[in-house]
Design a protein around this ligand. Structure first.
Ligand code: ATP
Ligand code: ATP
Ligand code: MG
Ligand code: MG
Lengths: 226, 226
């Protein structure tokens, strides 16, 4: 479903930063992949290109066999809305909307009736342990609560491709475990899950691991950085 | 140095949230304390009161023997600038300033010459492994790089009270270890360090642990939540 063919990304700066070196790899439908590596190594850059949030400066990215770099911005946005769920490393919630309103956002363009959107959003919030905070304004939530709202928002449409950028960094071990169970649940439904993580428990859990160091992507069997 | 006498915090909402239950405890000069507990349990609330960023709605907080709740805002701000270093859970960097400019900020009011401030800031950035990104705009840094800039900014004045709100949540194990070494370094100098953390390695490292659950603060010998 994800095909990188010499895909690279250099940020202009100045100075230029070679955040992702030309990379060729494939992720097949239904895989559960962890992406690990040191801070600053290129993991978010890799995930942003995969999620159509950024474009490569080298090579070709094919999503579901389609060369997405040739698509216009509105086509990419529409494709992203239909197919991809994304948990941002910095959450990016709407701060003056409630938790449940934030989780409802991805469904707004899918033609789902408001009452049903609200019910699904509330249900997904309960799955991340935030049923009791559904009506709270998102800027009145703790760091880990905001992170869980971001996770719920990414999961609520049961996307065929879920991309998570460090979804447990602000969570205690128990709460992180319940988030991992939700990712599992989506994976068991046959969806594709890619999770960038510094959490060794999450990295050990997946069938496949990519290690990124200085923008170079390697397959690895090692569960986490020492 | 930190005395909580029935200190509590209720957020009005609505609905009211009893984020911190009336708490009586003491932290002495030179202690190294970890604060652990589930997401949403009240840890940031506890730390914000300790760091003069928030006021209790019950009880009295004495810092260095002084009843700080009776001080006006500008006195509290001055006290905070002189005595406290704070690593925010959400970093709160100036996005259109460089990494080194961000780290220089706490020294601006201490009458330190600009050249020396720049040198100290650069040195501290090297200690968090970011010497090579000193001139980068902070909104062009990775999540973990921003976190490390926030750590450097809190450390650069060698404050007598360092308060860290989950300073390693976006860091791989190795980089997190080097941040922990910096906290150690300050502690060895005789300063007081309080670190809110979900990282069991950090929690196991300190001599003292406070566990917060539903706003209730307990002393614990257990290194981390299971
Ligand atoms: N401004 C606010 N208004 C209302 N409720 C708030 C506000 N800030 C925090 N809360 C609530 O108070 C409780 C404690 O929040 P706090 O940020 O202290 O938790 P925490 O232990 O730091 O959690 P985390 O580990 O997720 O960062 C949470 O239920 C949170 O939703
Ligand atoms: N907009 C940008 N302009 C210039 N450089 C950037 C930009 N965004 C990221 N970088 C740099 O590119 C490199 C890779 O960044 P990236 O965010 O992909 O790292 P990461 O592996 O996700 O790190 P972390 O684990 O800290 O989140 C870093 O050196 C970073 O400073
Ligand atoms: Mg990142
Ligand atoms: Mg917090």
């Amino acid at each position: 479903v994800i095909e990188f063919d010499g895909v690279g990304r250099t940020y202009p700066g100045p100075p230029p930063v070679h955040a992702l070196q030309p990379t060729t790899l494939t992720v097949r439908k239904g895989e559960f992949v962890a992406v690990i590596g040191p801070s600053g190594s290129g993991k978010s850059t890799f995930l942003n290109i995969t999620g159509l949030l950024d474009r490569p400066t080298a090579g070709t990215y094919r999503l579901d066999g389609m060369d997405v770099d040739t698509l216009g911005e509105s086509e990419r946005t529409a494709l992203r809305g239909r197919r991809i769920g994304f948990v941002f490393q910095a959450f990016h919630l709407l701060s003056h909307r409630t938790a449940v309103e934030n989780v409802m956002v991805p469904m707004a363009y899918a033609g789902v009736a408001r009452r049903k959107r609200h019910r699904l959003a509330l249900e997904t919030l309960r799955h991340v342990g935030l049923g009791h905070r559904a009506q709270a304004m998102s800027n009145q939530l703790s760091g880990g609560e905001r992170q869980r709202v971001a996770v719920a928002r990414a999961l609520v449409t049961r996307p065929s491709l879920l991309l998570c950028d460090e979804p447990t960094g602000n969570l205690d071990t128990t709460t992180a475990g319940s988030v991992l169970e939700l990712l599992d649940g989506l994976h068991r439904d046959g969806q594709t899950v890619v999770v960038v993580t510094h959490n060794p428990d999450v990295a050990a859990h997946t069938q496949r691991r990519l290690l990124i160091q200085d923008g170079h992507v390697h397959e690895t069997t090692q569960g986490a950085l020492a």
